[in-house]
Write a protein that binds this ligand. Structure first.
Ligand code: LMR
Length: 397
C-alpha cells in the first residue's frame, strides 16, 4: 500500500525543536517554535491554570463523552473572550461555535466547511503568512493566492499595497487575516486601515477568515480583539479560528474554537450542523481536558484575574526583551536594516536575514529560527541577548 511514499522534509517550524535538542553546543539559543518562555527558558504552566487543574482533579466525576460542541461552558466563555460579552450577546443566534483541537483544528474545520459549500474556493493569505496556513487550506482542497502585506524596509504593513492587491480578489473569495501579533512578522494592520479594509471586503463580497492565536500578547486582551470585533460587528458573515495555546499556555492540550457569524439564525443552525458533521467524520469530538481548564479559569473571578495578570507580565517581558535586543544590536552597530524589533507586536519579529544567513546562525552559532528570519522574542533572555546580538552582527555586518 505505502511503497510509493517517500520520506518528507521535516516541518519548517516544529522540526527546529528536534534539531535544537540534538545540538550539543553549550551556548545554544532556541528562537524557533512560537511558545512563550520565561527567563530560564522554561515554558511555565500558568498559576491559574495549575489551580484549575487541581480543582478539576478533585471535582471531575466522569470521563464519559462530552457533547460535539465541546466542554460545557467553553464555547460561551471563548466567544465572550474573543468578541467581548456585549457583541457576543448581540449576535446571539447568529453565531455557530465548536470547540476544536487547537487553532489548527479550527482552521482545518473552517476550510473544510468552505470546501463543502464551495469546492476549490480561493483563499487570499498575507505575504508572508504562518508556514502552516497554506498546507492546511490546500489539504482541504482550497486554492491559495497571496496579497501584499509586509514591507521589510519599515518592518510594518504596507497597507496601500495590501488593499491594492486585495482589489484583485473576486466575490466569494476568502481573505485570511491575523487578528493580532502577525505570524511571522509581528507587523499588524494599523487601526487607521481597518475601515478601508472592511469596506473593501464588503464591496467586493469577500469572506473574512480571522486567525486569532495570540490574543493578549500584543497590546492587551481587549486591544488585540479590535479588528476582529469590528469585522464581526460590520459584516454579515465572518469566520474566526481561536487558539488558547499561547494565552493559556496550553499548547499540548489542543484547545481552540471555530466561531462563525452567519447572516441569519437559520443559516447559523445549518452552519453549526455541518461543522458538527465534519468534526464527527474526522475526530468526532474535541479533547475535554484543556477546555475544562480554560472554562474553569474564565468562569472564576479570582482565577481569571490571576490569569490576566500573568498574561500581562508575559507581554511586558516580551516588550522589554525587544528593547534589550535592540539596545544590544545598537551597541554592535547592527540594528539599522535588520528589522523593526521594537515596533513589532506579540511573540515574533521578522529579521531581514537571508536563508543563508539563518543557516550560518544555526551551523556556526547554534541559534535556531525558521528560514524566513522569524525570531521568537520570548526565547531571548538577559544572558543570551549579547551572544545573539554579536552573532547577528557577524552574519549581517
Ligand atoms: C509557531 O508558529 O511557531 C507556532 O504556531 C507553532 C506551530 O504550530 O507552528
Amino acid at each position: 500500500m505505502f511503497s510509493s511514499l517517500s520520506v518528507l522534509p521535516t516541518d519548517p517550524i516544529l522540526g527546529l525543536a528536534t534539531l535544537y535538542e540534538a545540538d550539543q553546543k553549550v551556548e545554544k539559543v532556541d528562537l524557533g517554535v512560537g511558545v512563550y518562555r520565561q527567563a530560564d527558558g522554561r515554558t511555565p504552566i500558568m498559576e491559574a491554570v495549575q489551580e484549575a487543574y487541581i480543582r478539576l482533579a478533585q471535582q471531575e466525576a466522569s470521563k464519559s463523552y462530552i457533547s460535539h460542541a465541546g466542554w460545557p461552558g467553553f464555547t460561551r466563555a471563548c466567544r465572550n473572550l474573543a468578541l467581548g460579552t456585549d457583541l457576543s450577546n448581540q449576535l446571539e443566534g447568529k453565531l455557530s461555535v465548536l470547540q476544536t483541537p487547537g487553532g489548527c483544528g479550527a482552521l482545518r474545520l473552517g476550510f473544510d466547511l468552505i470546501a463543502t459549500s464551495t469546492p476549490g474556493a480561493t483563499v487570499w493569505v498575507s505575504n508572508p503568512t504562518w508556514a502552516n496556513h497554506v498546507p492546511i487550506l490546500e489539504a482541504a482542497g482550497l486554492h491559495a493566492q497571496s496579497y501584499n502585506y509586509y514591507c521589510p524596509k519599515t518592518g510594518q504593513v504596507d497597507t496601500t499595497a495590501m488593499l491594492q492587491s486585495l482589489e484583485q480578489a473576486e466575490a466569494g473569495d476568502i481573505v485570511l487575516l491575523h487578528a493580532c501579533c502577525h505570524n511571522p512578522t509581528g507587523a499588524d494592520i494599523p487601526a487607521e486601515a481597518w475601515e478601508a479594509l472592511i469596506s473593501l471586503i464588503e464591496q467586493k463580497g469577500l469572506l473574512p477568515f480571522i486567525d486569532m492565536a495570540y490574543q493578549g500578547f500584543g497590546d492587551g486582551l481587549e486591544e488585540d480583539a479590535g479588528l476582529t470585533r469590528k469585522l464581526f460587528a460590520s459584516l454579515p458573515e465572518v469566520l474566526l479560528s481561536y487558539s488558547c495555546s499561547k494565552n493559556f499556555g496550553l499548547y499540548r492540550e489542543r484547545v481552540g474554537a471555530l466561531i462563525i457569524k452567519s447572516p441569519t439564525v437559520k443559516q447559523a443552525e445549518a452552519v453549526e450542523s455541518n461543522m458538527a458533521r465534519i468534526a464527527r467524520q474526522s475526530y468526532s469530538m474535541p479533547p475535554a481536558h484543556g477546555a475544562a481548564l480554560v472554562t474553569t479559569v474564565l468562569e472564576d473571578q479570582t482565577l481569571r484575574t490571576s490569569w490576566q495578570r500573568e498574561l500581562d507580565e508575559m507581554r511586558s517581558r516580551i516588550t522589554f526583551l525587544r528593547k534589550d535586543l535592540d539596545t544590544a544590536l545598537a551597541h554592535y552597530g547592527t540594528n539599522d536594516g535588520l528589522g523593526n524589533i521594537t515596533g513589532q507586536n506579540g511573540m515574533f519579529s521578522r529579521l531581514n536575514l537571508s536563508e543563508d544567513q539563518v543557516s550560518v546562525l544555526q551551523r556556526s552559532y547554534s541559534i535556531y529560527m525558521p528560514a524566513n528570519g522569524r525570531i521568537n522574542v520570548a526565547g531571548l533572555n538577559r544572558e543570551n541577548i549579547p551572544y545573539v546580538a554579536r552573532a547577528l552582527t557577524s552574519v549581517s555586518g
